[in-house]
Design a protein around this ligand. Structure first.
Ligand code: FEO
Length: 164
């Protein structure tokens, strides 16, 4: 069993992880449309990670004898003017996800559900990594002058194509 309030938040988080995947596929669509297949690849890989995050939560819910069913996933609303907008939207989204994880952690602590606190530890650490990656992407973009040089943009695109 999982505390009812915590379970509701976990089910919501499951949906948000799938939404994250959906959002990052939309990022890829935009970038692919600019012929930046390396950037597009980077976000396609990110989308796969998000599905893995959702799967971790799904498994935890069933492992604890609870049930889960799918909710509607929101359509991502994106309005990018340039590549940098995509990167900053990625960072903003990860900061939002961190706040959601923190909220579940807080409630699990409040109701003394230590197994969920323990389970969420992985996500707390993962969000450090997620924000770091999103920040690094912006730093690389800025430091290499991608907004001023197509050559720099091309080089970074080639580098991002290697994300496994
Ligand atoms: Fe599942 Fe990017 O956080």
């Amino acid at each position: 069993m999982i505390n009812k309030k915590v379970l509701e938040l976990l089910v919501n988080q499951y949906n948000k992880e799938l939404y994250s995947a959906y959002l990052y596929v939309e990022f890829s669509n935009y970038l692919e449309g600019l012929s930046l297949s390396g950037f597009a690849h980077w976000y396609t890989e990110q989308a796969k990670e998000e599905v893995e995050h959702a799967e971790k939560i799904r498994k935890y819910i069933f492992d604890n004898g609870e049930k889960l069913s799918l909710e509607q996933i929101d359509k991502p609303v994106v309005d990018f003017k340039n590549v940098r907008d995509v990167l900053t939207a990625g960072l903003k989204h990860e900061e939002y996800v961190t706040s959601l994880i923190n909220k579940i952690y807080e409630v699990a602590l409040e109701v003394k559900e230590f197994k969920t606190v323990e389970f969420l530890g992985w996500f707390v650490k993962e969000q450090v990594e997620e924000e770091k990656n999103a920040n690094e992407l912006i730093t690389k973009f800025d430091l290499s002058g991608c907004d001023k040089s197509n050559h720099s943009l091309y080089s970074l695109d080639k580098e991002l194509a290697n994300r496994a």
